[in-house]
Design a protein around this ligand. Structure first.
Ligand SMILES: Cc1ncc(C[n+]2csc(CCOP(=O)(O)OP(=O)(O)O)c2C)c(N)n1
Length: 1254
């Protein structure tokens, strides 16, 4: 469309718009104005001047009305516009520029601007500066335009850069407005495009915002444009104007703009050629030898190797000693061979399909890790290079790599990333597609997670498997995610080796200078299909037609250097032949290899850790009373007075209560944890705790970081002030990411065995979003890559009526991924049975019920002769439960970790009287104790806690089975049947039972029915489900029981009422009650945690006389409900509920269904298929199929099922709730206080030392 016609159309539209303005059609007018656009000479469209934008239309309408009344009341420019008296536009330049030139700022604004310059009028306002003489205006305008053009190149030059070797994307060169062939056309210049270049020889003074002049201050316009074009629109597109720091942008400008700054010497060019020869030669060699094998070759982006080498050289020169590389499949073998210098014969031996001599599953060759220490010949410095083993799940290695690098910095005392460098190689599709990239990037500047800059290199082959970028991302570049951390992004054409090397240098120097992330986007292509067996023409036919015609980068560069006289043709040929010879020799060598070892591909060797030690020795975990006292004292004290630290008064109370516990020699959860951390720190073990809100603790129980109440950023961490020579303690609230943070901590744990690294989930449920890290690294890392990790996951878990996503840490998933064979009874007579079992399993899964066991479990992590991940399901309400406390004696040198906790009460003391032996795990134990008490079955029901679910404590379980030969066997859990521990323990119980020839019992299930959702969100349903479980275990309350309980409730209510009248108001903090004093204290509602899961602490008066006489397990009072939940309901209702117990329909598939007696034939069948204990003792036996013992069938007289059963016709909050729920809420005032002897017992003196048993 010619310019005249275009202008005519625009004018017509404007007239139409103006005609409509002020009429009832003003909306249309706005629309018409908004739509006024003009076509640039390049065919694109340009938005009209901003005054015509939709949001200004109302303003224009107002002006127009004003102008209609009095044309002089508006600025001249508006008068011109409304009159249609626009000045003629020069040289066919679009209307937009004529407006911008014509529009003058209102005088008032000018005054305001001048006022800033400090000129003041007598009245205190600003005086207008004298305008320059009109003869200068053109000159000023021209300089402004030049400045704007320079700025445009700097900020948008990359849009016109020649980045794509295939020439598919990016602008084409074309005649520019100045008649020269340029790329920087519309995209770069935008509104400045309208600038009349006029005399290209006119000289301009260069602004201070550019270094293109070098030492020259003035340049002719033509030279300015040429230089800008070369710098910003050549083979490098540098995106850096997102950086807000002037120092950094100036630094980048300096590097890219300074004349001659990017030049390379002949030797440097020759080195690039040599490295490119190796990179290309390696892929060619593999293609020749293993044409049908997958190797995910680098062809098309071969320059990645020289680029990485340059980064390594440059960085080692600035002091880097250790480099960590995280990358996926593409070009990985090449990196191992040519960057790490892993012997090529080792790599080739992976192609021969050899048997491994060590255990584990191994992994495909393009996932394996390496660790190499070598001399960098360019810099003559030693460098350690690690390529971290990675799973198929693209980009998920990133946080792991970062954590490992961070830990290395810690180990080396590198406080600013000078000696350690992380490099991550990304694919273009995965870089923009995977959320973990964003999550990991966000760690880059966090104080406890920073790696002081990571160098990201994108191997951008412009396709992801078979998907074109236009279908795989919405952002312009695949690297846009890096802008969140304002990283400079250097896009570079991968067919220009020198440009790539320049980018590598600048990136390495940028990271060394600023300790910030930087990205190199190597824009290349993929010469073959996704892997070597794929046919790319199926999906990218045109792209591949072009690729087929393209010479490889090596050839192009060799031709260039030959032409330049840098190398001769024969020199180049010799280079190629030489590398081919190296590969051939390595090939011969590799054929001599007869077996492989997974361990020779380990990425995290721990020199000195395994050597010279008995791996199976289990060191004691108890500590001295003195240590307990020291840690307890400091942990419960405010900062020393000289700190003049102003604490929150709630913290004062919490510390006072802690102090009381120390005096009483009893520890709650928080104190038990502090004992574990503190004692390890004392022993020189670095402890790191990370996760969301871990400093205070989600449930406000931890308070490891105290905040000064009137001074900003002043904190006190008691665990950092325990001993002068202790190891550092790191506790940090993390970013709100599970995947990246857990990955980071896992990586951190890999760096050294001498650290306890813990990630705590906010709620266990949220480990869902870290599933990939759990599955592909933590569960299987040792099997795949022979590398160990002792990372600990603390996952708050328990059914407390908090809804589907705040209840379950998905224990079943962890258990399902445990690799101990359920059908093999291990050799429990082996003296090292306990350690061997731990060593042979992929991870440890626990559900601790006491602070002491938490303490021992955590300490055991670093006391073992090997490392295993520990997955522990942490409690919520138990954090403050007065009975979930441990006496100091349970921490001392005579104590140890308890894999199971047997019944130590009347039942345990008279096992022959026991009718039911109930196994359980975790918090539900305290519910069962209370219910057993209420049902007066303390002598007939034994409760055994399985604290370590995996590996299954066969030896101890067998002992318990023998101890109660006549008891019916039950498994009680609060989770749904398809969740929790049941599926894991059931076959293992069977295996343990089958061990005894005379055994005929089976374990029956007592828990919630199967469900797709982990928990109900309806409190009433929650209680009814709970009631059903209890009923199925203990049966109905007898009339005597009910009567007794009613009397007890009444007594408690009266007592609570009396106490509430005299108790002071709460201040929001949640103090844990001490064991001894809990009974005297008013029940504290855990409103501060807001979770409703805190301990219903004091509703636990023991009612059984017998228990008072000797049951040291004491009776907790909880009913599984949160105190807040209980508080809403009246005591009347509670009484009513007590008298009208919950009735259930019977459904065999629901809770309480007991298994039939085992048939002898099944037993025989099973024992035939199970391997002998001898066979299973050391090695895991091959999988054997076990016949089901079919515990699903109801047996006669089985306990009834709850109404929420699937068999029940109507299920849901409205109709599944029992008509009269038995477990109801209680007002805090009504909560009875506790004063049991059992609670006081832990506070008593340490017992006589006895030898600890595992
Ligand atoms: C998380 C994840 N999703 C999907 C895949 C399957 N996959 C393997 S490679 C690939 C394409 C990757 O493209 P890109 O990131 O551009 O790397 P390239 O292979 O092109 O080098 C896909 C989808 C995977 N490995 N991981």
């Amino acid at each position: 469309m010619n310019q005249c016609r275009l202008r005519g159309l625009v004018q017509m539209r404007r007239e139409l718009a103006l005609g409509l303005l002020g009429s009832k059609h003003h909306v249309l007018a706005q629309f018409a104005l908004r739509g006024i656009q003009t076509t640039s000479p390049l065919g694109g469209t340009q938005d009209m001047d901003s005054f015509a934008s939709g949001c200004s239309a109302a303003y224009i309408e107002g002006l127009y009305n004003k102008w209609k009344n009095n044309p002089k009341s508006v600025d001249q420019s508006w008068d011109d516009l409304f009159n249609g008296n626009e000045r003629p536009v020069s040289k066919g330049i679009p209307i937009q520029s004529s407006h911008s030139r014509k529009y003058r700022r209102p005088p008032v604004e000018r005054t305001a601007v001048k006022a800033r310059s400090g000129e003041r009028t007598a009245s205190g306002g600003a005086s207008p500066a004298p305008a320059p003489p009109p003869s200068d205006w053109k000159n000023i305008d021209d300089h402004h335009a030049i400045q704007a053009i320079i700025r445009a190149y700097q900020s948008r030059g990359h849009l016109a850069a020649d980045l794509d070797p295939l020439g598919i994307v990016g602008p084409q060169k074309g005649a520019s407005v100045d008649g020269t062939e340029r790329q920087a056309t519309k995209e770069v210049l935008r509104q400045h495009y309208s600038y009349i270049f006029g005399d290209l020889n006119a000289t301009f003074k260069l602004p201070s915002s550019t270094m293109i002049g070098g030492d020259e201050e003035f340049l002719p316009l033509r030279e300015i444009l040429d230089r800008l074009e070369r710098i910003y629109c050549g083979h490098i597109g540098v995106e850096y104007m997102q950086i807000t720091s002037l120092t950094k942008t100036t630094w980048i400008r300096d590097r890219f703009e300074k004349p001659g700054g990017l030049d390379l010497s002949k030797d440097e060019k020759k080195l690039i050629l040599e490295r490119l020869t190796r990179s290309t030669g390696f892929e060619n060699f593999l293609a020749k030898k293993f044409s049908s094998e997958k190797r995910f070759g680098l062809e098309g982006c071969d320059i990645m190797i020289p680029t990485m080498k340059e980064v390594v050289d440059r960085s080692t020169n600035t002091g880097v000693e250790s480099i960590f590389i995280g990358m996926a499949h593409r070009g990985r073998l090449n990196v191992l061979a040519n960057v790490c210098r892993k012997p090529i014969s080792d790599i080739l031996s992976q192609f021969h399909g050899l048997q491994a001599t060590d255990s584990g599953s191994g992994d495909v060759k393009y996932h394996l890790g390496v660790f190499q220490e070598r001399l960098n010949r360019q810099t003559n410095r030693m460098v350690r290079i690690t390529v971290v083993a990675n799973p198929s799940h693209l980009e998920h290695v990133n946080p792991v790599l970062l954590g490992k690098a961070r830990a290395e910095m810690f180990q080396r005392g590198d406080v600013c990333g000078k000696r350690v460098l992380p490099i991550i190689i990304h694919g273009d599709a995965s870089f923009c597609g995977q959320g973990v990239v964003f999550e990991s990037m966000h760690l880059s500047d966090l104080p406890n997670y920073t790696t002081y800059g990571t160098i990201h290199i994108v191997s951008n082959n412009q396709v992801g498997f078979t998907t074109d970028p236009r279908f795989s991302r919405s952002s312009r570049y695949c690297t846009d995610v890096a802008k969140v951390v304002a990283a400079p992004i250097l896009h570079v054409n991968a067919d220009d080796p020198e440009a790539c090397i320049q980018c590598a240098r600048i990136a390495a120097d940028y990271r060394a200078t600023f300790k910030k992330d930087v990205v190199i986007d190597l824009v290349g292509y993929r010469r073959n299909g996704h892997n070597e067996a794929d046919e790319p023409m199926f999906t990218q036919p045109l792209m591949y037609q072009r690729i087929r015609k393209l010479k490889p980068c090596l050839q192009l560069y060799a031709e260039k250097l030959i032409k330049e006289g840098v190398v001769t043709d024969s020199e180049f040929k010799a280079m190629v032949a030489n590398y081919d010879k190296i590969c051939e020799e390595a090939w011969k060598e590799s054929k001599e290899v007869k077996s492989i070892k997974y361990s020779s591909w380990i990425d995290s060797p721990w020199p000195g850790f395994f050597e010279g030690r008995d791996r199976l020795e289990l060191c004691p975990t108890g500590i001295s009373t003195d240590t307990l006292k020291t840690i307890g004292e400091i942990f419960s004290s405010p900062p020393p007075p000289e700190h003049k630290f102003e604490m929150h008064k709630g913290i004062h109370r919490i510390l006072a209560l802690r102090k009381q516990m120390v005096q009483d020699k009893v520890a709650d959860w928080s104190l038990g944890e502090a004992f574990a951390f503190g004692s390890l720190l004392k022993e020189g073990i670095h402890v790191r705790l990370s996760g969301q809100d871990v400093e205070r603790g989600t449930f406000s129980h931890r308070h490891h970081v105290l905040h000064h109440q009137t001074a900003d950023k002043v904190v006190y961490i008691a665990l950092d002030h325990l001993y002068p020579d202790q190891a550092p303690y790191s506790v940090s609230n993390s970013s709100l990411s599970e995947c990246a943070v857990l990955g980071f901590e896992h990586g951190y744990s890999m760096a050294s065995p001498h650290a306890l690294v813990i990630w705590e989930g906010q709620f266990g449920d949220f480990c869902n979003t870290a599933q990939c890290i759990i599955d592909t690294f933590i569960a299987s890392g040792e099997a795949k890559w022979v590398r160990q990790s002792g990372v600990v996951l603390l996952l708050p878990h328990s059914m407390e009526g908090m809804g589907p996503e705040h209840s379950s840490g998905r224990m079943e998933r962890f258990l399902q991924m445990s690799d101990d064979d359920p059908d093999v009874y291990p050799d429990t007579c082996d003296a090292d049975f306990v350690a061997r079992q731990l060593m042979n399993v992929n991870w440890i899964v626990t559900n601790f019920s006491t602070p002491a066991n938490l303490f021992h479990g955590l300490r055991r992590q670093v006391k073992m002769g090997f490392r295993k991940p520990l997955i522990n399901f942490s409690p919520k309400s138990l954090l403050r439960h007065p009975l979930a406390r441990s006496p100091f004696k349970d921490f001392n040198e005579c104590s140890c970790f308890q894999r199971i906790i047997p019944d130590k009460g009347p039942a345990g003391k008279q096992p022959e009287c026991v009718k039911k032996l109930v196994f359980c795990s975790g918090k539900v134990y305290y519910d069962l104790v209370k219910e057993r008490d209420d049902h007066e079955q303390v002598e007939t029901v034994a409760l055994v806690r399985v604290e370590q679910l995996c590996p299954f404590p066969y030896d101890l379980i067998t002992e318990q089975l023998k101890l109660y030969p006549k008891a019916e066997l039950l498994w009680a859990q609060e989770e749904h049947k398809n969740m929790g521990g049941w599926f894991y323990v059931q076959p293992r119980f069977d295996t343990a039972l089958l061990k005894n020839e005379n055994e005929t019992r089976c374990v029956s299930y007592h828990g919630r029915p199967p469900s797709s959702s982990p928990a109900t969100g309806n409190k009433v349903q929650h209680y009814s489900e709970y009631a059903a479980i209890i009923k199925s275990i203990f049966g109905e309350l007898t009339p005597e029981n009910k009567k007794r309980l009613e009397a007890k409730v009444k007594e408690q209510q009266e007592k609570a009422k009396a106490e509430s009248q005299s108790s002071p108001p709460k201040d929001g903090a949640a103090p844990p009650a001490t064991g001894a004093s809990a009974g005297k204290k008013k029940q504290h509602q855990s409103t501060s945690s807001g979770m409703g899961g805190a301990a219903p602490s004091a509703k636990n008066a023991p009612s059984s006389k017998k228990r008072q006489q000797g049951n040291d397990e004491a009776s907790p009072s909880i009913d599984g409900a949160s105190p807040t939940a209980r508080s809403a309901s009246s005591s009347k209702k509670r009484q009513q509920d007590k008298t009208e117990p919950y009735s259930t329909s019977s459904s065999p598939s629901m809770v309480g269904a007991s298994p039939p007696a085992k048939s002898e034939s099944l037993r025989k069948q099973r024992s035939d298929s199970a391997p002998s204990p001898e066979a299973s003792a050391a090695q895991k036996a091959p999988m054997s199929v076990k016949p089901s013992l079919n515990p699903r069938k109801p047996r006669p007289g089985s306990a009834p099922a709850p109404p929420s059963s699937k068999a029940s016709p109507a299920r849901g909050p409205s109709n599944t709730a029992p008509s009269k729920p038995r477990f109801v809420k209680m007002e805090p005032e009504q909560t009875p206080s506790s004063g049991s002897k059992a609670q006081k017992s832990p506070a008593e003196k340490d017992p006589k030392p006895t030898k600890p048993t595992p």
